[in-house]
Write a protein that binds this ligand. Sequence first.
Ligand code: AHR
Length: 511
Amino acid sequence: MKLKNISLSLLLATSVATAADKVTVTLTPSADAPIINKEIYGQFAEHLGTCIYGGIWVGEDSPIPNTAGYRNDVIKAFKDLKVPVLRWPGGCFADEYHWTDGIGPRENRPRMVNSNWGGTVEDNSFGTHEFFNLCELIGCEPYLSGNVGSGTVEELAKWVEYITAEDGPQAALRKKNGREKPWRLKYLGVGNESWGCGGSFRPEHYADEYRRYQTYCRNFNGNKLFKIASGASDYDYNWTDVLMKNARNAMDGISLHYYTVKGWSGSKGSATKFSDDDYYWTLGKCLEIGDVVRRHIDIMDKYDPKRRVALLVDEWGTWWDEEPGTISGHLYQQNTMRDAMVAALSLNTFHNLTDRVKMTNIAQIANVLQSMVLTKDDKMVLTPTYYVFKMYVPHQDARLIPLTVGSAVRDVRDSRKVPVVSATASEKNGVVTISLANTDLAKSQEIEIPLDGIKATKVSGEILTSADIRDYNDFDWAEKVTLRPFDKAKINKGVLRLSLPAKSIVTLSLN
Ligand code: AHR
């Protein structure tokens, strides 16, 4: 009898779980809608663990296939992602980094202890030239994070001169080190997390220091800096208020850091072993970034109603416990289909905030938190998060198509809410791109999208999903979670219809 009951309840659970819901997505294309800044797809490379050393840079003499010291596999992966901007050298590392240690013959470069990240000895073999040449190689804009916490105004001013001046003492030094022409530098961060690892400043003091530092960061030979003040951590609205009040006229942008993390003390939870309830909680926490960003924007609007100053979410992503057996302080974490869902929901959110949010940088590009690639010796895997960024490439610099999604909303732990379906759409060069995420672990969703105002007869697509939300790619099974063609969407009489499988992300291309 007991067995019968169990099988009956299992049967019921299965039928409830597989019944599909119907969801209408309403598109409202408008020529006045904003362009999704491609810099929303920015990345972040920090001297932390094996992000730089091993992950990107192996040196010219490495047996790992490389071009001038950069891993060929990783460079190709970054190029395929069309990385628009790369932030470097930190993070917390930035405020202990002295750029003069990272120029000149590598054998003469001094070493330092990377005290933020496991006490690893940094040999400075990857420095200014290696970073700027990397940006040229992958075709992205560099974003430099300057040292305010343990540096000097003179040091930062000279770094800008070294990179961007055509003539003068710093340019002469750069030329002596092998680079004749200046590089272009647009994005300059003046400190990182200046309320914490970047100097433990009070906001009033940092606002004054920011004004002082940026004064001496000059525009040489037509280079125009876009100066970014070190901003708040998630819910610290006072930091944004004080900075906007006291320093807004001296900045082009202010940053914000928001991690999808359980908390800052104790366990952050395993990247790969989690319950369904943990999964839904994670999505709730990730989506809260929208409310947090909007509150910071409200404060900015008070001082800058014309929205001249940009908000840059220059660190975001999931933060789990380090993988067991890895070096403590290196923050190496795995990346599952859950992380992919966080990436999709976050990007969908950023698209809607694009008139103030001009850049975001997921942390970090390789081998650390929510990374694009993981490497081990000569092996590399692309993470589920990588594939979301890959699917979303057509949204870069495309015109947003505002939309509403009529889907159910799930109540999750900590009084947060998660829509069952999240979507975003854009148009570029006559191609409409629609990305849809079904957050439900069990039910598929029947999606209907009337194409009013959109001339399209053909649709093609790609899907990212996996048997288990905990699935990930590893060196012994590199393509467990990967992009596959999706041909289940059909256009009939001006309506696009598809069945969106449970725990899947689909991007459709219409023309
Ligand atoms: O991304 C890891 C660290 O998180 C960064 O170095 C720091 O800025 C933040 O606290």
